[in-house]
Design a protein around this ligand. Sequence first.
Ligand SMILES: NC(=O)c1ccc[n+]([C@@H]2O[C@H](COP(=O)([O-])OP(=O)(O)OC[C@H]3O[C@@H](n4cnc5c(N)ncnc54)[C@H](OP(=O)(O)O)[C@@H]3O)[C@@H](O)[C@H]2O)c1
Length: 237
Amino acid sequence: MKIVIIGATSGIGKALFKRYANEKNRIGIIGRRKHLLDELRKQYPKNTITATADITNLEETMQAIDVLLKELGHFDLAIICSGTGEINATLDFLVERPTIYTNVVGWTFVIDTLYHIFEQQGYGHLVAITSAGGLRGEPMAPAYSATKAYQINYMEALRKKAYKSGCRITITDIRPGLVDTAMAKGEGLFWVMPVEKVASQITSAICRKKSKAYVTKRWHLLAVINRNLPFTLYKRM
Ligand SMILES: NC(=O)c1ccc[n+]([C@@H]2O[C@H](COP(=O)([O-])OP(=O)(O)OC[C@H]3O[C@@H](n4cnc5c(N)ncnc54)[C@H](OP(=O)(O)O)[C@@H]3O)[C@@H](O)[C@H]2O)c1
């Protein structure tokens, strides 16, 4: 398979890279931290192509995707892991802004660009790591929860679009609970899952071409409860 992973330098993206980096696959990886991309390439030099880009810089991102597409020839699978978010209980807009630029503006540009590539190819599998945190508004991190809700709805829109157009494009929305990476911020966190276990369940969901998957599976239960909880109860939690 020819695979592209955007946001592969750490956490979930890096764990997915390691799972896919074998002789069956050629992988293009994107992120801002070039030294980390170079480290990954050194581990699997024959199979890995790197391109540095900040997804909030649309021109740079377009160039990076172009470089990978030229090298690989086509993409079978594209996984968008890039994301950010901060605790921001005081509603400091300067804290919210990078989250909105990354998770909404840059993310949409990446998703749309890859969708168009798949449309031209006539096939492809588009995967985004959204979040179980996108199911409800969270006052400790309002922009993060709101941008993840945006991503969840956007993925549904693309799934419906692909279905209506008859395109052989698969859309998979991966919704992690808490995962043991730099992104898991705040106090009193619970059910923080090891990144390797999460990556294993993500590759399994991708392999089965699932429309959406909560990872790890126990987070599905919590997500259902959380989503259906009346606001009168939710507001007290
Ligand atoms: N950890 C959790 O508990 C959790 C839960 C639910 C959902 N998620 C989601 O999972 C995804 C991956 O996060 P993670 O947990 O693996 O955390 P992480 O280790 O911080 O990974 C974030 C990745 O996003 C990339 N990234 C961030 N801003 C970027 C930008 N402007 N341009 C390009 N790449 C950018 C980072 O690469 P560079 O810094 O090198 O650019 C890094 O590879 C995120 O979308 C996050 O929202 C995480």
